[in-house]
Design a protein around this ligand. Structure first.
Ligand code: FES
Length: 571
């Protein structure tokens, strides 16, 4: 408990004073203005737990945050701290144009600077929707203020005409049926109202659920908290516990720099692979690690992938929903299976090491229909793999657990779309020269394309092929893909087309060779021909001249660096 008589101690409201050239005056003025909010002197002498609130009317996934915040406050107050909430940027995935990815770094700057500028001894970060958790962890790692990540929790699936629906693998499944002419307009409108029916994040192992799992594996979220459904009362208890724990950290700090280390990042990569997680998560984890000075090498990802089994049977690659993972034992059940592969000495925000945590949980309940045993995995190798080769010298990502293995070793003819607009204009043209065995190639959808690397890598199957029953094709781009999507889709090709990477030089009819076994993707065009094409290449989009768009374009890095801004990474 803070000493009430010592108003100059550098904790609570006395931290980071506004500079009037007289520290005593600054604290007196701050306390005076704080008292206008009705706080007593006893409350203002407490350590402060900030609550970073990313609620917004443009973020359906966070609509229950007011109730969670009340629970966080309860926990912090009971543990002797003063909880103070503050708003930050919110990123509602489907409400942002051109894509939420463009604004992840903006939110991270907001979180970092507000954590640092405002007087708080620790913070609870409330996030959930895809980019919000990465942004908060990036900001917390840079500010290095003790922080507890509190997740929104997943939505519940909805019972609908004898089956369960959940955002958003089922959104895509029904839309594909609609495109193929098997679900009519009135039916798709009915389905639209049954895909996302509760508060919380997408109900499958998409990006939000993957980042939640990673938060717990990294040690930044409390043990057992990642998978609790948004509407379950356990989520409120986790919020209360997060507030209580943040109060503990305010008095006895454990900083993000002590938690996010090379060894904990490796644990997080193992969990990402074992849950069959989203391809986006590799970009986000790279960015978070980069803020802590930890580099993720895609070749290391391949080594980890080769030795990490897929254990979790969730959509989009499996059967179940995130709420089923919670009922089955949650992320703890996955960590227990992975124990022989994990770095158990890593510290967690709970104040115990991962090994100590897992020791308490020995023999805990697990439902094997959802979380498989280490010795009987769904697959003996991890869900993600990095590809290299002449088409992607700096790497590309394939989610092999969501792909059709019969397409893994083949050569194909490129059918090229020069931009997203070109794709939209021609993909369903009945005259499009395309066959099921071709490779669809999308250019200029990477970080610097002007589209800010949208989730457009899940190129639709051309309508005429979809109607003929084609369900998967090799698709290659420098874009990302929603974590809820599936297919033989090569993403994050680097260097991207918009900066003149080899992807920019692909032409219709070129041959491309894909070998997942060899981790290779080559453009089978001679060096001399590529040299001619490179000489004729021009940057595709005009650069923004002002504002955040200019900051973004001037500083965003390629996918293998997490698409962070160059000046935000730890030197
Ligand atoms: Fe928010 Fe999917 S739209 S998590």
């Amino acid at each position: 408990m803070a000493d009430k008589s010592d108003k100059s101690a550098k904790h609570g409201l006395a931290r980071g004073l506004t500079n009037y050239g007289d520290a005593g005056f600054s604290l007196y003025l701050r306390r005076s203005f704080a008292k206008s909010m009705g706080y007593s002197g006893e409350m203002l002498a407490r350590p402060v737990v900030g609550i970073a609130d990313s609620k917004s009317g443009f973020n359906n996934c966070h609509r229950h945050f007011p109730e969670l915040i009340e629970a966080v406050k309860r926990g912090a107050l009971a543990a002797g701290a003063l909880p103070i909430e503050f708003p930050t940027v919110s990123l509602g995935e489907v409400f942002l144009s051109p894509t939420s990815m463009m604004f992840r770094n903006l939110m991270s700057i907001d979180v970092e600077e507000m954590m640092r500028a405002q007087p708080m001894d620790a913070v609870v970060l409330l996030g959930g929707c895809d980019k919000t958790v990465p942004a908060q962890l990036m900001g917390a790692a840079s500010a290095d203020v003790p922080a507890v990540q509190l997740l929104a929790g997943p939505m519940m699936p909805t019972s609908f005409r004898g089956e369960r629906l959940g955002a958003c693998t089922d959104c895509r499944r029904f839309w594909a049926l609609h495109r193929a002419g098997k679900v009519d307009s009135s039916e798709i409108e009915t389905i639209e109202g049954n895909l996302a029916t509760t508060a919380g994040t997408c109900a499958v192992m998409g990006t939000a659920s993957t980042m939640a799992s990673i938060s717990e594996a990294l040690g930044m979220a409390l043990p057992g908290s990642a998978a609790i459904p948004a509407v379950h009362s356990d989520r409120l208890r986790a919020a209360e516990a997060s507030g209580r724990r943040a109060a503990g950290l305010a008095k006895d700090p454990i900083r993000p720099s002590q938690i996010i280390t090379e060894r904990s990042v490796e644990n997080a990569l193992r969990v990402l692979l074992a849950v069959g997680g989203s391809t986006n998560a590799i970009v986000h984890l790279t960015a978070i690690a980069g803020r802590a000075g930890v580099k993720i090498d895609l070749k290391k990802l391949n080594a980890l992938s080769d030795s990490t089994p897929v254990l979790v049977d969730l959509k989009p690659t499996g059967q179940h929903y995130m709420s089923d993972l919670y009922a089955a034992g949650g992320v703890g059940a996955v960590l227990r299976e992975l124990k022989p592969l994990l770095n158990l000495d890593c510290m967690t925000v709970a104040g115990e090491t991962l090994g100590e945590r897992l020791k308490h949980e020995e023999g805990a309940w697990v439902d094997r229909s959802v979380v498989k045993a280490f010795k009987e995995p769904l697959s003996s190798q991890g869900g993600l793999v990095a590809l290299f080769g002449s088409l992607a010298p700096n790497g590309a990502i394939l989610k092999r657990s969501a792909a059709d293995p019969s397409l893994f070793e083949r050569e194909g003819r490129a059918v090229v779309f020069a931009s997203l607009d070109d794709l939209a204009a021609r993909i369903d043209d009945s005259n499009l020269d395309v066959k099921a065995e071709d490779f669809l190639v999308l250019q200029n959808a990477g970080p610097k394309s002007g589209y800010a690397m949208p989730e457009a890598g899940y190129l639709p199957i051309p309508a005429k092929l979809a109607r003929a029953g084609v369900k998967d094709m090799v698709r290659i781009s420098d874009a990302r893909m929603s974590g809820t999507a599936y297919g033989t889709i090569v993403l994050h090709v680097s260097p991207e087309a918009a900066i003149g990477g080899p992807l920019a030089l692909v032409k219709n009819g070129d041959r491309i060779r894909l070998s997942v076994r060899e981790r290779k993707m080559d453009l089978l065009v001679s060096e001399s021909e590529l040299g001619k094409r490179k000489a004729a290449w021009r940057e595709p989009s005009a650069r923004p001249s002002r504002g955040y768009a200019k900051l973004y374009m001037d500083h965003v890095l390629q996918a293998e660096h997490g698409c962070d801004f160059d000046f935000l990474r730890k030197a």
